[in-house]
Design a protein around this ligand. Structure first.
Ligand code: SF4
Length: 473
């Protein structure tokens, strides 16, 4: 389901003569985590250079630009904005000169006490260049009088609450850090003696780097020419709250996230779903691409044959020209097209990873019926999303989440399916296994592991939420 968006991907490499190109490739592998802007900051050991633009990695960089990015130490970033507008001043890496030298930062996640810190800093005279939460980290570093960059960074990070997996580059050191809850992933790799950091292991795979381990929740790793040092920078580490949605939807299925194969987890979710809520049918079909592993698992569990009956157009960009004449269901059809020959006369179970507003599911069910499906049963490989995310995933306001105000039966009526079932939270926890207590499930349960400040949008949301959202046709 592509109604939810990730907010960023980060990459860093230390001591490689091909640092700019390898960072470009790392960002290319992480493109699914953010498509609004891309950037690289690089150091030649004495000076920091950076380049960033709006657009896809491929559009932002070319051979000429990469050849001008000299140095062996680099970080990179792809962005989807959850905080701050989608504009160039909010693109990352965010690079500054300050009293202790140059510094660039690339951040994935949302800082939930950002507004309070920013207004305090502005009250003390700080002038901000952007509207994104990441900039407060830079101001806090500049205000610290710690003797080294990593001590100044530790001071800054201990002021923050929320989600941050980040890489920081100075002229002569690369630092990677992950918040004490470990909301967002960050992995360590190694390539012929070069240290590599990336949001997901798919970025390591593309450049031929070896996965070493995850950066731990609350850990800071400092890399210099003298080697690597690891610090625990926070006393707040009790239990991690890793985002379960990385496994359900966001991460690439060929990545290891939080030490586990995303593909294997998604397939296991499908198996658990099949065990909980199967129904008589002729075939199981996925909503491609994210529903594919769960549909494979569902089919393996139930013995109902797997078929690809919806075909995804992989070449749809974020903007396309709309037809002048209205074409029914155009926005979904441009991405997914049904194969009527496979569907006609069949009882179909369609598997998706989540339902957000319900409008895409409704269109898909209708497309299957228009293609001649005899029955359409929808199965969802996660529990109903009842609450918004404040830790870096761009969920709509609570009132727009169909599950927050409708029963499963009402949602089934809205999407027009013959039946609808979700995976239970117990089954989800069972799939994660012994690690289950180290995950965040707040968008399902409302149990937020880290308190957040209410923004203006939230205040509007609370008023709006007093009534029930009417989404029926
Ligand atoms: Fe992930 Fe949901 Fe928690 Fe956000 S609220 S971090 S999407 S599990």
């Amino acid at each position: 389901m592509d109604e939810l968006r990730e907010d960023c991907g980060v990459f860093g490499i230390w001591n490689n003569a091909d640092a700019a190109r390898l960072t470009y490739l790392g960002l290319y592998a992480l493109q699914h985590r953010g498509q609004e802007s891309a950037g690289i900051a690089i150091s030649d050991g004495s000076k920091l250079y950076s380049y960033k633009q709006m657009g896809y990695v491929n559009d932002v960089f070319n051979e000429h630009i990469l050849s001008m990015l000299h140095g062996k130490y680099a970080i990179g970033h792809v962005r989807y904005s959850t905080y701050g507008a989608s504009e160039l001043r909010n693109a990352q890496p965010f690079a500054v000169e300050y009293k202790n030298g140059s510094l660039a930062i690339a951040h994935n996640g949302n800082i939930v006490n950002y507004e309070g810190i920013r207004s305090r800093l502005e009250g003390e005279g700080s002038i901000f260049q952007s509207t994104m939460d990441t900039e407060v980290i830079v101001h806090l570093i500049a205000k610290s009088d710690g003797p080294s960059t990593h001590e100044r960074l530790a001071y800054a990070l201990n002021e923050l609450r929320g989600a941050y997996s980040l890489v920081v580059l100075t002229e002569n050191e690369l630092i990677a850090a992950r918040d004490p809850n470990g909301f967002r992933p960050l992995v360590i790799g190694e390539l012929n003696g070069s240290m590599v950091f990336a949001s997901e292991t798919c970025a390591l795979d593309l450049i031929g780097a070896r996965y070493v381990r995850d950066v731990l929740a609350g850990e800071m790793i400092v890399v210099t020419n003298n080697g690597m040092r690891s610090y625990l920078f926070s006393h707040r580490i009790q239990r991690a709250s890793q985002c379960i949605f990385e496994h359900i939807y966001f991460a690439r299925p060929d990545s290891l996230i939080f030490g586990k194969s995303v593909y294997s987890i998604r397939r296991a979710l499908g198996k658990a779903l099949g065990a909980e809520s199967s129904v008589q049918a002729d075939m199981v079909i996925p909503v491609p691409d994210s529903g594919v592993p769960a549909a494979v698992g569902f089919s393996q569990q139930t013995g109902i044959p797997f078929q690809m009956a919806l075909i995804r157009n992989h070449y749809v960009g974020r903007t396309f020209i709309q037809p002048r004449q209205s074409i029914r269901d155009f926005n979904v059809k441009v991405k997914l097209n049904p194969i009527a020959e496979v569907i006609a006369g069949k009882r179909i179970i369609i598997i998706d990873d989540s339902i957000v507003r319900g409008t895409t599911s409704r269109t898909l069910v209708k497309m299957l019926r228009d293609s001649g499906a005899k029955e359409v049963h929808m199965r969802i490989s996660s529990p109903p999303i009842n609450y918004s995310c404040y830790y870096g995933i761009d969920t709509p306001t609570r009132a727009e989440l169909i599950s927050s105000s409708h029963t499963v039966q009402e949602i089934r009526d809205f999407i027009g399916a013959d039946s609808l079932e979700y995976l239970s939270i117990d089954a989800l926890r069972g799939v994660v296994g012994e690690d289950a207590d180290n995950f965040c499930y707040a968008c399902f349960t409302g149990n937020y592991p880290e308190p957040f400040e209410l923004t203006k949008r939230d205040h509007q949301l609370i008023l709006f939420d007093e009534g029930r959202l009417n989404v029926r046709p």
